[in-house]
Design a binder for this molecule. Sequence first.
Ligand SMILES: Cc1cc2nc3c(=O)[nH]c(=O)nc-3n(C[C@H](O)[C@H](O)[C@H](O)COP(=O)(O)OP(=O)(O)OC[C@H]3O[C@@H](n4cnc5c(N)ncnc54)[C@H](O)[C@@H]3O)c2cc1C
Length: 184
Amino acid sequence: MLIWTDPQMLNWDDEEREYLLAEESEHWLLDELPAGVHTRPEGGKDSQIILMLWEYMNEPVVPVFPVPLDERYPEIVLRGLARMLPGMRSYFTRLPRPTIDGGYYIKTRENRPLIGRLPLEGLFLIGALSGFGIMAACGAGELLVAHVLKKPLPAYASPSNWNVIKIQFINVCLINGESPGSFN
Ligand SMILES: Cc1cc2nc3c(=O)[nH]c(=O)nc-3n(C[C@H](O)[C@H](O)[C@H](O)COP(=O)(O)OP(=O)(O)OC[C@H]3O[C@@H](n4cnc5c(N)ncnc54)[C@H](O)[C@@H]3O)c2cc1C
């Protein structure tokens, strides 16, 4: 996996820049975009496929399904990757036919997972695994088991326990103008 961890401005030529300037809805493509464009090979060792991802739309949203897919996503991600892999520029004028798929990163403001015991006896939570859930799955599962079996918790457990979950919940309620009700 190759990840570019700096924010960046995409490289547009004069003609493209003029076009984007003429379209108000496209102005954001001239702005600085967030860090995080990444790529990795996809499929077996002889595969010619790569996975390209970039969470440049990173404002909190209410998920809708099916996930609305942006037809421009492949080109935007390719241009973002070209910062790290200049050879990608050769595809700018002959974009390979992409398969576009996507989903939502479910995350907390701190981008820490929520793992732990809930106030209702027998109820546990493991979630908010953001864009790292596959990589963190084993560790997250192990931590949840420690909560379930009431084993001593590792030092890194506290940021994701109930008090944090509760604060998150209250924040979301307040943001949505809803009463969080009383719970402790
Ligand atoms: C496009 C994309 C690329 C990603 N790439 C990576 C990567 O390269 N590496 C990495 O580590 N992580 C990656 N992630 C993040 C990773 O996929 C998530 O963090 C992880 O899947 C979260 O696991 P989860 O079990 O919390 O939720 P999910 O994997 O979403 O699982 C939730 C499950 O609950 C089911 N469900 C929903 N509602 C109900 C219901 N009412 N009753 C019963 N079942 C229900 C759903 O069908 C689903 O199977 C990526 C995520 C996305 C969206």
